[in-house]
Design a protein around this ligand. Structure first.
Ligand SMILES: [Mn+2]
Length: 319
């Protein structure tokens, strides 16, 4: 596919759009941008967006706060799935995808095997929003569409920090900025902003940081009691382990938090050497080379010892 306009033949009157379960910034940005772009390109189209509830920080994106979170009993002429790597991850739309006359999937996940009638997958792209921008006629991209695309891109590449950021990503962002995107506000309000509770609970965890194996490993923990005191829940702990990883001299960061009495969820991050997935698999968990997770029972001290022992073997060569 070269252009989104190819999808809208004369027989297409109704279009459903959806993303994946637990929608993130790229998923919400893609859905919002696609919905607006189709309306811009073909105002007579009847377009409906289906998306599970997103974080309120993404509600400024056009159409996201009012997206339907349950499928209707409708048969669409065309159904477009965005940022969704497999059929099992279709969110709020579920059954609608199978029922539709024609289906399209636009994505950037390398694991996407192509389960729709038309599949457009660019595994080298930073985000689904970058893929979409490349399929749009630049003249039809309004500032609101640009805002949605820009938001999706920064969420998937960590505001141009991760290795998936390419020269093309930057060129796309430049084009979107030229459309008048208020990028300092979007970066702060949708990406950097934390609630008071999130900052407080992170403060507790950071103040408790311990240094192990000569500083190569940093460790911290939170108990259920800590979370209760701060009024925090699991969703508030997401970035703590990433912050721990930024400790000078640290190769691996270990953050554990209690999910039920004496049972802890372990998050592991590494900078250059440690294969987190390999360590996680020892404890029946999973993940990627630089980020993985698993669960362990016990008290923080005993859990720490077990993980440090596993990390010590991995780090043997570099100590
Ligand atoms: Mn994505």
């Amino acid at each position: 596919m070269k252009s989104i306009s190819e999808l809208i033949s004369d027989d297409i009157k109704t279009v459903g759009i959806a993303g994946h379960v637990n929608p993130d910034g790229d998923c919400a940005g893609s859905c919002s941008a696609m919905m607006q772009y189709l309306a811009e390109m073909q105002p007579s189209l009847d377009i409906t967006l289906y998306l599970e509830k997103t974080d309120p920080s993404l509600h400024f994106l056009t159409g996201i706060a009012s997206a339907k979170s349950e499928p209707d009993d409708v048969c669409y002429d065309l159904f477009i799935l965005l940022d969704t790597s497999d059929e099992g991850r279709i969110g709020a739309a579920g059954s609608l995808f199978q029922k539709s006359k024609h289906t399209v999937c636009i994505d950037h996940h390398i694991s996407n095997k192509g389960f729709a009638e038309i599949n457009h997958i660019e595994p080298d792209a930073s985000s689904c929003c970058e893929v979409l921008a490349g399929l749009m006629d630049e003249n039809l991209i309004t500032s609101k569409i640009a805002e949605s695309l820009y938001t999706g891109i920064i969420h998937d590449c960590g505001v141009f920090q991760y290795s998936n950021t390419s020269a093309d990503t930057m060129r796309t962002a430049a084009m979107l900025i030229s459309k008048g995107v208020d990028f300092p506000r979007i970066i702060d309000e949708s990406f950097n902003l934390r609630t008071l509770t999130q900052n407080r609970i992170m403060g507790t965890a950071l103040a408790r940081t311990e240094s192990e194996l000569g500083g190569l490993v940093v460790f911290s923990y939170l108990t259920l009691e800590d979370m209760e005191k701060a009024g925090a829940n699991r969703q508030d702990l997401g970035i703590i382990v990433s912050q721990l990883r930024f400790t000078a001299g640290c190769e691996a960061a270990v953050f554990i938090y209690e999910i039920e009495k004496d049972c802890y969820k372990v998050s592991l991050r590494s900078n250059r050497y440690v294969d987190c997935a390999k360590i996680a698999s020892r404890f029946l968990g999973g993940g990627h080379v630089r980020a993985a997770g698993f669960s362990l029972e016990g008290k923080p001290d005993t859990i720490k010892e077990r993980i440090i022992a596993a990390l010590a073997e991995e780090l043997d060569g570099i100590r």
